[in-house]
Design a protein around this ligand. Structure first.
Ligand code: FE2
Ligand code: FE2
Ligand code: FE2
Length: 186
């Protein structure tokens, strides 16, 4: 039975709200971490925090669209950001991305899939693919922190939030949008 409508599942809606809240807080956190990284002279780290902040906003907005299609309103509770040293901020970012990559999104995708909610599966999956790259790029920066001093361009897919340090493809590997949909952030 083919259906384009979204089946109501309380659990899927709850997970969408949790993901919306998480992405909204990640956006707030990375925006402050970027300012701190610039102050510390780690301008490449600042560039990556700005790129990831943009990606998390795109994820939040995509989750919000599904929440609205399910007849609810997205709710986020933005917490006060604890800003540490840039090294600590990178460690906190890696911990957050790793949790989303290894625990949160896989569980949310499995639940949405079981509930037959294709739109939720799609939005969770797009975020998952970006978080994998965020974790990898942050880890690279942490491992080479002494050299992360020069402002650097990253590229964010305006449609799905996929984030790369160079464009090596014609179309977004996650959402298939044309390459020109990637926006440069530095
Ligand atoms: Fe995200
Ligand atoms: Fe992320
Ligand atoms: Fe994309």
């Amino acid at each position: 039975m083919a259906s384009t409508g979204i089946k109501p599942s309380e659990k899927t809606l709850e997970n969408l709200q949790a993901a919306f809240n998480g992405e909204s807080n990640a956006n707030a956190k990375y925006t402050e971490f970027a300012t701190k990284a610039d102050e510390d002279g780690y301008h490449k780290v600042a560039s990556m925090f700005r790129a990831a902040a943009k990606a998390e906003k795109i994820h939040a907005e995509a989750h919000a669209r599904v929440i609205k299609r399910m007849g609810a309103g997205p709710v986020a509770n933005i917490e006060t950001v604890h800003v540490g040293s840039t090294r600590e901020n990178l460690e906190a970012a890696i911990a957050g991305e790793s949790y989303e990559r290894d625990v949160m999104y896989p569980a949310f995708i499995a639940e949405a899939d079981a509930a037959g909610n294709a739109a939720a599966v799609r939005t969770f999956n797009a975020a998952l693919e970006a978080e994998k790259e965020h974790a990898r790029l942050y880890t690279e920066l942490l491992n080479n922190l002494a050299h992360a001093t020069v402002k650097t361009s990253y590229y964010v897919c305006a449609i799905c939030g996929f984030t790369v340090d160079k464009i090596t493809f014609e179309r977004c590997p996650v959402c298939n949008a044309p390459g020109e949909k990637f926006e440069e952030v530095s």
